[in-house]
Write a protein that binds this ligand. Structure first.
Ligand SMILES: [Fe+2]
Ligand SMILES: [Fe+2]
Length: 403
């Protein structure tokens, strides 16, 4: 079935350009064009859209107003802002009802990929009521500014550590938190890191970018007075899992891109728990009451009571944000009992890193420890390989080590 996408811009030239540029997508997408927010709402009332891509500065109803209306009236629709870079501040990033920002001019490949992946992300949530509820969350955090700026720089080529360091340093709170974190035992570095530039040199741009994102996500979701679980213990679990994922990837000699994706996914794998805890707190407290009372697995009770797991919710959120699909799929599958197709991939690394952390660090005696699923174990070549990962990953992730 074709997907419906609505493009909104008051400049006819921009709409014309988009129409021309996206012509190759005619078979997959039914494209609609509107010259104002009002016209967009009229079209939306007739045709349900999979995605809306809107300009921000428009006379009459501006982009943020339009996307807010879309959020309330059509919560399942993916919402993109396509605007000039300088307009991003005007939108008020932290509360904007926008899933992703794309800057003009946006090249064809980037736009098609970003839209496709964000629309696909909805597939992680099959429960329509929940999709609507999540779609209507006003304060769903948006990507942090430093993350977006670094991603922009990366798309232009290979940015210098100095430039990335400057982006991080622009946010004093962020750079202090990054330095505190990278100098903590979790990173096991031999020498202390004194500046964001040095952190980029030692850890790499992708690791720094994912650390920025995870710090932001944990901070943004720390809003409930009655949390179902300890956020700081979850944060520590995610940091350890990321360290273990990095070590497994090293043991296996994975290529850098896969190793980075495994690291990022491991750091963010339980982000769905944060979202459920913050926005569905009553239901989630009940989930944890059962988990603790009956010593059950969290994902199993979530599936039973909510009809979906934190793995799906996390993948949905990261997919909407446009993280690499390998990361999104690794998060989606970190409790899956069967392996995906193909050889060892970031999703397997995250699954086993999470297992290893539960095996080695029991962080709550009331939770059941997930057994390693036999099919997943067989897919990596049996218990011996897991045991080797366990030994080598623990040695690597606990030792002082700089790469
Ligand atoms: Fe999990
Ligand atoms: Fe986990």
């Amino acid at each position: 079935m074709k997907r419906n996408i609505l493009f909104v811009d008051d400049e006819p030239n921009i709409l014309q350009g988009l129409r021309r540029m996206l012509r190759p997508m005619r078979e997959q997408w039914e494209m609609h064009f509107a010259a104002s927010g009002q016209e967009a709402l009229e079209i939306l009332a007739r045709v349900p859209m999979d995605a809306v891509v809107s300009d921000m500065r428009m006379p009459g109803m501006n982009g943020p107003e339009l996307l807010r209306r879309v959020m309330h009236e059509h919560p399942e629709t993916v919402r993109f802002a396509l605007s000039g870079y300088s307009d991003q501040d005007m939108v008020g990033r932290s509360i904007a009802p926008t899933h992703q920002y794309l800057t003009k001019p946006c090249d064809e490949k980037k736009l098609i990929q970003a839209l496709t992946e964000a629309m696909d992300a909805r597939g992680f949530i099959s429960n329509k009521d929940l999709l609507d509820k999540i779609g209507r969350i006003e304060h769903l955090p948006v990507l942090p500014k430093a993350y977006v700026r670094i991603t922009d720089e990366l798309s232009k080529g290979d940015p210098s550590p100095k430039l990335i360091g400057e982006i991080v340093s622009d946010d004093i709170g962020l750079s202090a938190n990054i330095l505190k974190l990278v100098n903590s035992a979790y990173f096991g570095l031999a020498r202390p890191i004194a500046s964001p530039q040095q952190a980029v040199i030692v850890l790499g741009v992708n690791v720094i970018r994912s650390v920025i994102l995870s710090l932001h996500v944990f901070k943004s979701f720390d809003c409930t007075e009655e949390s179902s679980f300890s956020l700081s213990l979850l944060w520590e679990h995610c940091l350890r899992t990321a360290g273990l994922a990095k070590a497994i990837a090293k043991v296996e000699g994975m290529v850098k891109e896969d190793a980075d994706n495994a690291y990022i996914a491991a750091l963010l794998h339980d982000v769905g728990k944060l979202l459920l805890n913050a926005f569905f707190s009553t239901e989630y407290q009940e989930v944890f009451r059962v988990v603790r009372g009956e010593n059950r697995l969290v994902a199993e009770v979530e599936a039973e009571q909510l009809g979906l797991t934190h793995a799906q919710v996390g993948a949905y959120l990261l997919g909407l944000w446009g993280l690499p699909s390998a990361v999104v799929h690794a998060v989606a599958r970190h409790h899956a009992r069967t392996p995906g197709p193909g050889g060892l991939c970031p999703a397997d690394v995250v699954y086993f890193a999470n297992q290893l952390d539960h095996d080695v660090f029991v962080f709550n005696a009331h939770y059941a420890r997930p057994p390693v699923d036999p099919e997943r174990l067989a897919a990596i070549g049996g218990p011996d390989r897991y045991a080797r990962w366990r030994d080598e990953a623990l040695a690597l992730s606990l030792n002082k080590e700089e790469t």
